[in-house]
Design a protein around this ligand. Structure first.
Ligand code: NAP
Length: 444
């Protein structure tokens, strides 16, 4: 990998990169099949990703005709790596075994280890024989929709495919590594004004928020819409705030500390609710929700929204908040959800839902077109990377723990092959035009 890194740093041509040998093994972050029960009996919060995420050498898999090898310069922590590392709700090895049953080459994925990670920026090293649009030397970011294009249900909207998967979570050979194997239809051009780590943190969360709010398949936010955003300085929430501002809407961000409230103000989101300071208790006990708390929440929102209920709620905490979200959205408004961080058995009062003709949309990542559109907005400098901090690959467990404990804002970048921060900026003039202060606004 040293030779590959040297070539990338010295600006070697595509042809020179194509002639470099692919190493037989590479450094990666993985969980182990024989440790899937290591946290048995512990509360979620006591499960420590530092114990289950290992860094070591793994064998380089062979390349399928529709795949490419990418030298991964940087990656990021997503919540799915937290799920993989605490083996919740299920160990991910079941996903790999199911994938392995699909074809001869898919068998590569069922291994005693699972290389995790669903984001990457880097350089294409080799392309399979069926790859047309990408070549060695291309600087890319990788989105995580892993798609079987021979499945008829994968056409139209590929997120509806029966065997749609998330790369690095439901497949092996993910992005938290020095090398990765991805399908050619996961590649997108790296925005030239961003460093490797700035380019690596966006694709998963930004594309998810794009589909939820902007794309035809989600809430279809219009100019002037008001949008309540839970976890508004988090990975998906931070991009949601940016999409609402960029699309001429009015974001109302919910966070849990004055520091996060201040971060929202810096982003241009003036309407902020500090849920901890307000002390909302939507659940009065394990089985009972308190409607008077929903009403108190609704009143606070209206106070920040010109006396009106919101058009859209951007929902993902799940059990803790879904009742309040369904209650708070306006008559005929839309709640769009992609997750359930606090618990997936959600409960809401159906009377408020049907009598006020509300809508609930389930959403999951993004198709290639949506991910590409989100990447284009980033490339144009209209959306900024939510990078707040950077770790090196050896300390990926610390980064995952911070996300698991809700101690991190925005996105945590991970340096893989890149030997330091701030490298990989190919168009400094464009960076200056967009503005260093804008691009780095989230850095802690
Ligand atoms: P993140 O960076 O950790 O942010 C989550 C935010 O949620 C936190 O900043 C926190 O904000 C808020 N939060 C946590 N627990 C809460 C609770 N009980 N009540 C209210 N707010 C709470 O995570 P993320 O990357 O944004 O991901 C969020 C969720 O979406 C995860 O479950 C992830 O797996 C999922 N996800 C799904 C997809 C998909 O394609 N389906 C894609 C990306 C992410 P405050 O404490 O400041 O309020």
């Amino acid at each position: 990998m040293d030779q590959i890194l040297g070539a990338i740093q010295s600006g070697a041509s595509g042809e020179e990169i194509a002639n470099l040998p692919i190493p037989e093994s590479y450094r990666a972050c993985f969980v182990k099949r024989d440790e899937a029960e290591m946290f048995e009996g512990l509360e979620s919060s006591a499960k420590d990703p530092r114990k289950s995420l290992h860094i070591g050498e793994v064998a380089t898999p062979e390349l399928a005709p529709d795949e490419v090898y990418v030298a991964v310069m940087a990656s990021s922590i997503n919540f799915n790596t937290v799920w993989s590392s605490i083996f919740e709700p299920l160990p991910t090895f079941g996903f790999l075994d199911r994938l392995a049953r699909e074809s001869e080459l898919a068998k590569r994925h069922a291994l005693p280890y699972h290389v995790v990670g669903s984001d990457a920026s880097g350089v294409v090293l080799r392309v399979g024989s069926a790859v047309r649009n990408w070549s060695p030397g291309d600087r890319v970011t990788v989105h995580c929709n892993y798609l079987d294009d021979q499945d008829p249900s994968a056409h139209n909207d590929s997120m509806l495919a029966a065997n749609q998967r998330i790369w690095g979570f439901e497949t092996n050979f993910g992005g938290l590594a020095d090398l990765s194997v991805v399908k050619a239809n996961q590649l997108m051009p790296k925005p030239a004004h961003l460093s490797w780590e700035e380019a690596a943190v966006n694709a998963l969360t930004s594309s998810t928020s794009y589909r939820m709010l902007v794309g035809d398949n989600g809430a279809r936010m219009k100019q002037g819409d008001s949008v309540l955003i839970w976890g508004a300085t988090g990975g998906i929430g931070g991009y949601a705030v940016q999409y609402v501002l960029n699309g001429g809407g009015h974001p109302i961000g919910v966070v849990s500390s004055p520091e996060r409230a201040e971060m929202l103000n810096r982003m241009g989101c003036e309407a902020v609710i500090d849920r901890r300071a307000e002390g909302y208790q939507f659940w009065s006990d394990e089985n009972t929700q308190d409607e008077s708390e929903w009403r108190r929440f609704g009143k606070t929102i209206r106070g920040l929204n010109g006396g009106e209920d919101v058009d859209i709620v951007f929902e993902h905490p799940g059990r803790a908040t879904m009742g309040a979200s369904i209650f708070a959205v306006k008559r005929a408004g839309t709640v769009v959800t992609c997750a359930a961080t606090s618990g997936y058995m959600v409960e809401f009062d159906n009377r408020h839902f049907w009598m006020k003709l509300k809508r609930l949309i389930g959403s999951h990542f993004a198709n290639y077109a949506e991910a590409y559109a989100a990447n284009k907005l980033l490339d144009q400098g209209r959306i900024q990377p939510m990078l707040t901090d950077t770790y090196d690959l050896e300390h990926v467990g610390d980064a995952a723990l911070a996300v698991h404990r809700n101690q991190a804002e925005g996105k945590l970048g991970v340096l893989c092959l890149s030997p330091g921060e701030g490298l990989g900026i190919d168009d400094p003039e464009k960076r200056e035009r967009i503005g260093e202060d804008k691009i780095t606004i989230f850095r802690s």
